[in-house]
Design a protein around this ligand. Structure first.
Ligand SMILES: [Zn+2]
Length: 298
């Protein structure tokens, strides 16, 4: 009887190990991608990535920055996209691109920073035009990007140039892109200076808080990626089919900065939707079940 009771108590205890451990610690500890077919699993801010690949630390038209973080990984489509965009950057007159955080080798919630960047389809690109593409590892830890948004958040700084705009246009015009996040004043500036007949691409540029020294590219779920969750609302829904150069954009430099009622809660931002539990509190139970397999894979 006592023995049976003990067995019952043991069975009712929470499963030891993984289930209680924080997912960001488990994913953050992985140094290499999983040996699986590429698949983004779940949503940008709640998921992981199977079969991801590393963006070479240095290429003919890019350098990955902050290598110590081990976040230069993504779905193969993201790596291709970044390589293509870095070639476009050269055509625009830059030396190439400095690439910031992509994802951890197996994606998942991050040990620090970003709520998203979890499924290998997000990347941050520095607003700093590369001076050269032979920075040492140490230089890549210490060099900082530059703010293109003013400290009062209302305008762009003198760091902003027509080449930045050309780069963002190239980035947004690519069919692989779902949306790109920038500071609101950056989008306002582009809405102002883009030619009237050539503003369609601005639909994919979305204003969010922060993003003063980088822009954030987010790719669509690749074709046939059944476990990848498409983000809603779409950029078309958000701008009612327009380019988003409207009152929802000016809100960021009016009511957002000077709320009519001080008690009003700030509007949630798209790259970091509100949730009861932050991604750094996620356990494996909060992620799609296939993520356990990504973690356990060779
Ligand atoms: Zn980002």
């Amino acid at each position: 009887m006592i023995r049976l009771l003990l067995v019952l108590i043991m069975l009712s205890l929470p499963a030891a190990g993984q289930a209680q451990e924080l997912a960001n610690q488990l994913f953050g500890a992985k140094a290499a991608p999983s040996d699986q077919k590429p698949m983004p699993i779940g949503s940008y801010a709640r998921g992981c990535g199977a079969g991801m690949v590393e963006l070479a630390e240095t290429g003919p038209s890019w350098q990955a920055m902050r290598l110590s973080r081990g976040r230069n990984f993504g779905h193969p489509v993201l790596v291709e996209y970044l390589q293509d965009l870095s070639v476009a950057a050269q055509q625009i007159g830059w030396a190439g691109l400095y690439i910031g955080d992509m994802a951890q080798p197996r994606g998942g919630p991050m040990t620090s920073g970003h709520a998203s960047h979890q499924i290998g389809l997000d990347a941050d690109i520095w607003m700093l035009p590369p001076r050269r593409l032979n920075l040492s590892r140490q230089e890549r830890e210490t060099i900082s990007s530059i703010p293109v948004r003013s400290a009062d958040q209302r305008s762009v700084t003198e760091n902003w140039t027509p080449r930045h705009q050309a780069l963002l246009k190239a980035a947004a015009s690519d069919d692989r892109i779902d949306r790109i996040f920038v500071a609101a004043s950056v989008k306002l500036e582009m809405c102002k200076t883009a030619k009237a007949a050539d503003k369609k691409w601005l639909q994919k540029i979305r204003p969010v808080a922060g993003h003063d020294t980088h822009f954030h590219v987010r790719l669509k779920c690749p074709k046939g990626a059944k476990l990848c969750e498409t983000q809603t609302p779409t950029v078309s829904d958000l701008s009612k089919g327009g380019n988003g150069c409207d009152e929802t954009l000016t809100w960021w430099v009016t009511d957002y900065l000077n709320p009519p009622k001080p008690t009003k809660k700030p509007k949630p931002t798209e790259d970091d939707a509100p949730r009861k539990k932050g991604p750094r509190q996620f356990t494996m139970a909060d992620l799609p079940k296939q993520c356990a397999g990504v973690l356990a894979s060779d």
